[in-house]
Design a protein around this ligand. Structure first.
Ligand code: NAD
Length: 480
């Protein structure tokens, strides 16, 4: 596996020889290491990205040539899928099936954006017979893209692919906890001969490499996917320079289950919404259920049964449904929230503790019932397999509970009444609303946060406006 930083079209030897070690969350074995990028590598990466941007290599590239290049990246991602998904599973803990899904998803993203390179149609705005006004979409310049550990391949793809279409050059900082699989992008960029400096990859810790990268003078845009706390720090660090930031942050997503909902569908959606995907370490995890008492007994009894049979185990065993948490610290964090939940008076229906399976970071899928909607476990992002169940009486009360957190990433509702669904969707403060299922997604669909879940949109055509800025060119027409 390539362990070096990828800068200006090649993997370069480390100046410091400092390494970042990667641990397998399923058993604490060493998966490998990457070179830590310090000042020298950070400067080189931004220098390369700046030169590539100034050369206009992306902006002047023929749209069909760019499209073909991006389609090649997509097909290489599929070629690397088997190898990459095993590597990603080892360093991240997710099931190999879900990791393969990430590579497939990343390929689909590149294919989708490859299809857009020749479809950006700029606007002509009429305003009288002697003027000519057009509005064009232009890149920001050098885009710094900081990626979290939970979905490092697909999140890398979504930001880089959109950037390439608009014409930004990029410096990516992958997550320190699972950086290895991101190096596959460097191998692919070399395979497809992407122009030097267009995408650069620097490894390192957030507090050192990440922080220095944000402060680098060559940054023209920051795309940050991660926690709200770090986003706030990045905003402060970029405020004086007025650097545009695009922020995809945490969530505390809720689903309302109305009395006329299909219980089987609601239960299956809950299992796949909070327990199965990466053991709940997902920004849009269905972490709150807001349910009407008329339907609750049936829902809770089915859900408890289905939850208690979920097999907890390593990502390389196909029967594992709940895989390890990323680190020992994450297990402690989730355990602590469960302790707080019990102290708050919520009823623990199942789980609530870690499981010893070898040396892995395993946590039992957990359900808390009778949760006070303003209590800590109902308000804060736990980022683990922990579900909170809250009762509601009136529809207005359900909306108030959904909107009571600082977050606004995704939300859902289960009802067979389309009028009620519309009424509900219009009142929920979140960037994505799912009706009668969880994860109704596609590469052509935009998503992003309300409130402290961030701003800017990823996915679909709308995303292009988060990676670029418009320029108006107005001309006065006259005859000499
Ligand atoms: P994090 O904020 O700790 O780290 C994210 C990235 O930021 C990492 O690469 C890290 O090295 C870097 N970083 C940390 N401190 C930094 C600093 N001071 N300056 C610059 N970079 C710094 O988040 P995490 O624990 O890796 O990821 C989990 C969080 O990400 C959760 O809150 C989750 O909801 C969120 N997330 C959001 C989305 C989305 O699309 N909205 C997707 C995935 C994850």
């Amino acid at each position: 596996m390539e362990t070096r930083n990828y800068i200006n079209g090649r993997f370069i030897d480390s100046s410091s020889k400092r390494k970042l070690h990667v641990i397998n969350p399923a058993n604490q074995s060493k998966v490998g290491f990457v070179d830590e990028a310090l000042d020298e590598e950070i400067d080189l990466a931004f220098d390369a990205a700046s030169k590539a941007f100034k050369s206009r290599v992306l902006q002047d590239m023929d749209a069909v040539v760019k499209s073909n290049l991006m389609r090649l990246i997509a097909s290489k991602l599929r070629e690397y899928k088997t190898y990459g998904s095993k590597l990603l599973s080892k360093e991240n803990g997710k099931s190999i099936e879900q990791c393969a899904g990430e590579f497939e998803g990343a390929a689909a993203i590149f294919d989708y954006y490859a299809g857009l390179t020749d479809k950006i149609e700029n606007k002509l705005i009429p305003s009288g017979r002697d003027t000519f006004n057009c509005v064009v979409l232009e890149p920001y310049g050098v885009s710094l893209q900081i990626i979290p550990w939970n979905y490092p391949i697909s999140l890398f793809a979504r930001s880089v692919a959109a950037s390439l279409v608009v014409g930004n050059t990029v410096v990516v900082k992958p997550p320190e906890l699972c950086p290895l699989s991101s190096s596959i992008f460097g191998l692919i960029f070399n395979d497809v001969k992407i122009p030097n400096g267009v995408v650069n990859i620097i490894h390192g810790y957030g507090e050192s490499t990440g922080r220095k990268a944000v402060l680098h003078g060559a940054v023209n845009q920051v795309v940050f996917t991660g926690s709200t706390e770090v986003a706030s720090e990045i905003l402060k660090a970029t405020a004086d320079r007025i650097i545009p930031c695009h922020l995809e942050l945490g969530g505390k997503s809720a689903a309302i289950i109305y009395p006329d909902a299909n219980v089987d569908k609601a239960v299956d959606s809950t299992v796949k919404g909070i327990f199965e995907p990466n053991a709940g370490q997902i920004c849009v995890g269905m972490s709150r259920i807001i349910i009407h008492p008329k339907i609750k007994d049936e829902y809770v009894s089915q859900l408890k049964k289905k939850t208690e049979v979920l097999k907890v185990g390593p990502g390389n065993q196909p029967e594992s449904r709940v895989t390890p948490l990323i680190s020992k610290e994450q297990v402690d964090r989730v355990s602590n929230y469960c302790k707080i939940g019990k102290q708050s008076g919520a009823s623990l229906l199942t789980g609530g503790e870690k499981i010893e399976i070898g040396k892995g970071n395993y946590f039992k899928p957990t359900i808390f019932d009778n949760v006070d909607y303003l209590s800590t476990i109902a308000q804060e992002e736990i980022f683990g397999p922990v579900l909170t169940i809250i009762d509601f009486e009136t529809d207005e009360e359900a909306i108030e509970i959904v909107n009571s957190t600082d977050y606004g990433l995704a939300a859902g509702l289960f009802t067979s009444n389309d009028e009620k669904a519309k009424w509900t969707a219009e009142r929920i403060e979140a960037g994505i609303i799912w009706h009668n299922d969880w994860f109704v997604d596609g590469v052509n669909l935009p998503g992003g946060g309300y409130k402290k879940s961030g701003y800017g949109r990823d996915g679909g055509m709308e995303s292009l406006f988060s990676y670029g800025q418009t320029k108006r060119i107005s001309k006065r027409l006259y005859q000499e």
